[in-house]
Design a protein around this ligand. Structure first.
Ligand SMILES: [Zn+2]
Ligand SMILES: [Zn+2]
Length: 241
């Protein structure tokens, strides 16, 4: 059995029905990661070297700005990251102008462009959350294979959002192989398709309710069908549900 740090939060994510238990899990991991980035992590020189180098994505800078009582921590992290960005830009500009006569292949502008795109796309928190979530996905398959109670709980659930479903399929090979992998993946694909169809039918019924011929028909489960459909199509970790 995998360590409890993975099995317990995974079981908890299944306690209440939702369109994606992994979204709940990611939401929790993200909140912890933001808190850590502005707490213990910003005091550690090694972590600071990494955050100075990689920085954060727009979403996570926003989350960090919203963290109450952390203005100074955030400013310290920003201060040294900004200094490193400027340093790297100057390194490129300096190098290019010094060797400009000999190396015309890539201009300073092109090299800066690559650096800036790289900086924009890299995020310490995204990487951390992604790596922990992959471990949860491995634990998921281990439990799905070995624990009948968990297996049943999953089969009674509403499936997953598409990005987290893709992650699960991607990680299946880490825990399973051969015919067992084939069998359990097929079972999960069927669960996912059945739930995509359920939500698809709800949103379809929602559109019908705007047709006068369906005026007197009940709303059924479709009143919140558009946001639930979005929850299925993309990660929806800001949902309060
Ligand atoms: Zn999800
Ligand atoms: Zn991020």
């Amino acid at each position: 059995m995998k360590e409890k740090i993975y099995t317990i939060p995974l079981s908890e994510a299944y306690e209440e029905p939702s369109e994606c238990p992994f979204c709940k899990l990611e939401k929790r991991l993200e909140a912890e990661a933001v808190e850590y980035a502005l707490g213990a992590s910003m005091m550690e020189p090694d972590s600071r070297i990494v955050s100075n180098e990689k920085g954060f994505c727009r979403r996570h800078f926003t989350k960090m700005s919203e963290q109450k009582g952390s203005a100074l921590s955030l400013a310290l992290v920003l201060d040294t990251h900004m200094a490193r960005v400027i340093e790297k830009m100057e390194e490129i500009v300096g190098k290019k102008s010094a060797s400009g006569l000999f190396k015309k292949k890539e201009s300073a502008a092109d090299a800066l462009c690559s650096l800036l795109h790289e900086t924009e796309q890299s995020c310490v928190l995204c990487e951390k959350i992604e790596s922990t979530l992959s471990k949860f996905a491995c634990t998921f398959w281990e439990l799905y294979k070995k624990e009948p109670e968990f297996h049943e709980k999953v089969n009674q659930s509403k499936g997953f959002c598409l990005p987290h479903f893709a992650l699960l399929l991607q990680m299946a090979g880490e825990e399973l192989s051969g015919s067992k992998k084939e069998e359990l993946c097929r079972e999960l694909i069927e669960l996912e398709l059945a739930n995509l169809k359920r939500v698809g039918e709800d949103v379809n019924w929602f559109t019908k309710k705007f047709d006068y011929r369906y005026n007197d028909a009940p709303w059924k489960e479709s009143k919140d069908a558009p946001p639930r459909t979005i929850e299925k199509l993309v990660k929806f970790i800001d949902s309060e549900k």
